[in-house]
Design a protein around this ligand. Structure first.
Ligand SMILES: Nc1nc2c(ncn2[C@@H]2O[C@H](COP(=O)(O)O[C@H]3[C@@H](O)[C@H](n4cnc5c(=O)[nH]c(N)nc54)O[C@@H]3COP(=O)(O)O)[C@@H](O)[C@H]2O)c(=O)[nH]1
Length: 706
């Protein structure tokens, strides 16, 4: 709002007030002076009127009788002049008025004719037009003040005079007006006095007004300065305020911009958090949480028909080996590549999620029938036929898939997931790289595994686990060079439980540590026992699991056992698979400690893992066992691989053991190729200690060929 202080033009109070006040005061002074003048002349006239009335009374009493006879002559002016002009009358009047201020007397008849005048020239003149005369003839005395430069008085001429002429009615004895008397009074002295007084009074008023004006001006000027200062201060304050408001507005605008930015940033952060909370950071696929939410929603449809929604549980085969041998960086890249390939192979409406590790879930909604799920699973498995190129290396991989159907195999997320997992496990057990539909039988088997675990625990407590021994024969000489101790479990009711059944369970539940310890101690005790009996078996091989190798005191434990049974470290060979070495924490150091003790170390199932050759060179191993799968290839085109492994082993300065040799041609090939030791059913199955001793005691020194 624009006002005095904000309009930009300061209000000039003093000049405005000066002008206005001057005008008002001058006006007031003029009015007051005028009024005083008017009042004093009124007073003067009033006074003169009363004096005239008194003089009239005197005149009426003294002389009117002499003049009354003139009244009839008013109709005849000539005659009137003659009669009224008589000096006698004039002198009588002058005599009567002498000593007074009266300078002229006139009388009028009621017809307006001048009946008498101390100036004889005026006798007979008509005064009808005179206002004073008209008022007096009507009964009202009237006075008027005039200034005369020159007037004839009784006996002289007066100059510059203020004259008051007063008209008063003359009455007959009955009180009836019969004429008018006009008396001229010289009021000059009064007027001069009055004017002088009036001048003084006016001067006093002017002085008072001037003082008042000056006082006002001082006050107003002072007030003006104060107002100016306040206005300036106010204006400054306003400016400051405006500046502050502008600055604050700008700050607020900036803050608003920042706030908007922060809100957007927060929204983005929330979206990121939400995305992180619901997605796998490695592959970007939905994670377990999002998968559960979406599946719960899909399952909440009432009366969902069977075989309309399928869940595919995908687990990569031997992925752990990749991770362990090639490292997590390659493993992560491989998982990413797998996720991308799986996503490409699926319909947009299907959901692919990563549960963690190498486990993926695929949910197929609105499928036509049960076969569709198997078809999709087949397509997904086919995606693995091509290698994954990671860091320039072609990696071959397969997957196992378990399938469960909503309604049919479970109504909720957990049940469906558990059953798909069980089916996947069955696919793995059946040889991997395949898919399996869930069946209740699988659950039964899973339960059996739980039962078996409990029974295995009891078996260990009851010392039901024994060791059987399989001979190892020098390929060139046919002499017995050692034996591999293999765990055997004869259950009181189940009978013989194969190691392929209970060893994986023992590894899963951790029972492999006490089991491995028992086999190790029993083998060493047996070796010591045989030697006491004169059966000088050169050495004994024992399998080692990841969990055992992870025990930091394992080398000391082995050393104590060797000492207990008075054996040399070289009497013992420990077999470790590539995956065991890769899986176990600190494996290389533990192996180094074992080697430092003098214990022989052997790489078991060589060729099935992913260990790199450079890594192999660093291991303190002395023996390399060629996996049975390669031996099976002999005679079937797989000889080159066996040659390569033997050459590698030779280059590394390792002894080579071929396991799973069943056929004579395999033996012939291996012997010709330079393999050092043969182990397999061709020579013997694993045997109980007595059988082993009785069968092989003699063959220590005598070459024994099958
Ligand atoms: N950690 C431990 N693992 C152990 C222990 N005892 C056994 N095992 C491992 O269990 C797997 C199965 O063993 P098993 O059924 O005893 O099979 C062994 C041999 O019987 C078998 N073999 C030997 N020769 C032949 C043959 O000519 N044909 C044929 N079909 N099978 C044959 O090979 C198994 C020996 O394998 P390996 O140990 O790799 O030399 C097996 O992986 C065992 O390692 C234990 O105490 N601890």
């Amino acid at each position: 709002m624009r006002n005095l202080f904000t309009s930009g033009r300061p209000f000039r109070l003093v000049p405005y007030f000066f002008l206005l006040s001057l005008l008002l005061m001058a006006g007031a002074t003029v009015l007051m002076a005028g009024y005083l003048r008017h009042y004093s002349s009124e007073q003067l006239l009033k006074l003169e009127k009363s004096r005239a009335a008194s003089l009239m009374q005197i005149f009426e009493n003294s002389l009117w009788a002499d003049f009354r006879p003139l009244l009839p002559l008013a109709k005849d002016p000539a005659k009137l002049k003659q009669v009224a002009g008589q000096p006698r009358l004039r002198e009588a009047v002058i005599r009567l008025m002498s000593g007074t201020d009266v300078i002229r007397v006139k009388m009028y008849a009621l017809n307006g004719v001048t009946l008498f005048s101390t100036d004889p020239k005026q006798i007979g003149e008509d005064e009808n037009d005179d206002e004073g005369y008209r008022h007096a003839s009507a009964g009202t005395p009237a006075s008027e003040l005039v200034h005369s430069h020159s007037i004839d008085a009784f006996e002289r001429t007066l100059t510059d005079r203020d004259i008051i002429s007063t008209y008063v009615p003359m009455h007959d004895p009955a009180g009836k007006i019969e004429g008018v008397l006009e008396i001229y009074l010289d009021a000059t002295s009064f007027v001069v006095d009055s004017d002088r007084q009036l001048r003084w009074v006016t001067l006093a008023i002017c002085a008072l007004m001037a003082v008042l004006f000056l006082a006002q001006m001082l006050v107003v000027r002072l007030a003006g300065r104060i107002i100016d200062r306040q206005a300036a201060a106010l204006s400054e304050t306003n400016r400051e305020l405006d500046n502050r408001v502008a600055a604050r507005t700008s700050e607020l605008a900036n803050a608003n911009v920042r706030l908007k930015g922060e809100i957007q940033e927060r929204r983005r952060a929330e979206e990121r958090l939400d995305h992180l909370a619901h997605h796998d950071p490695l592959t970007g696929l939905p994670n377990r949480l999002l998968f559960q939410k979406r599946l719960s929603r899909a399952l909440s449809v009432p009366n969902l028909p069977a075989y309309k929604l399928a869940m595919l549980f995908i687990d990569l085969d031997r992925f752990k080996d990749v991770n362990d041998t090639l490292g997590h960086f390659i493993g992560d890249q491989l998982l990413n590549a797998v996720a991308a390939r799986l996503a490409d192979g699926m319909r947009a409406e299907d959901m692919l999620a990563r549960l963690g590790g190498d486990e993926f879930i695929c949910v197929l909604e609105n499928i036509a029938n049960r076969d569709v799920a198997a078809d999709v699973a087949g397509k997904l498995l086919a995606l693995f036929q091509q290698p994954f190129c990671i860091n320039g290396n072609d990696l071959y991989l397969s997957a196992s898939i378990g399938i469960s159907f909503a309604s049919h195999d479970g109504a909720d997320v957990d049940t469906l997931l558990r059953h798909a997992d069980i089916a996947m496990y069955a696919a793995k057990s059946a040889g991997r790289n395949r898919c399996q539909h869930y069946t209740p039988q699988m659950s039964a088997e899973a339960e059996q595994r739980v039962v078996l675990e409990r029974q295995l625990r009891q078996a260990l407590e009851n010392d039901e686990i024994t060791a059987h021994y399989q001979p190892q024969v020098n390929a060139a000489t046919g002499r017995l060079v050692g034996a591999e101790a293999l765990a055997r479990w004869r259950h009181p009711t189940l009978g013989m439980v194969p190691p392929s059944r209970f060893i994986p369970i023992a590894e899963e539940c951790g029972l492999i540590v006490p089991l491995g310890d028992q086999i190790l101690e029993k083998s060493l005790r047996q070796l010591e026992s045989w030697r006491r009996d004169g059966f000088e078996l050169p050495s004994i091989s024992v399998n080692l699991s990841t969990r055992q190798l992870e025990r930091q005191d394992f080398p000391q434990h082995v050393a104590r056992l060797l000492q207990r049974y008075q054996l040399q470290p070289s009497d013992l060979e420990l077999e470790i698979t590539e995956s065991v070495i890769m899986e176990a924490d600190n494996a290389v150091n533990i192996l180094a400690e074992l080697r430092a003790l003098g214990i022989r170390l052997s790489i078991d199932d060589f060729g099935t893992g992913y260990s790199s050759l450079s890594y192999l060179r660093q291991l303190p191993v002395q023996v390399l066992k060629i996996d049975r799968s390669f031996i099976l290839g002999i005679g079937k085109g797989g000889e080159a691989i066996v040659h390569a492994i033997l050459a590698l082993s030779s280059n590394l300065g390792l002894e080579t053991v071929a396991e799973g040799v069943e056929e004579p041609y395999q033996l012939e090939f291996l012997r010709a190729a330079g393999c050092h030791v043969i182990q397999g059913f061709l020579y013997s199955r694993p045997l109980q200690e007595e059988a082993f001793a009785s069968d092989w005691r003699e063959r220590l020194h005598t070459p024994a060929h099958p």
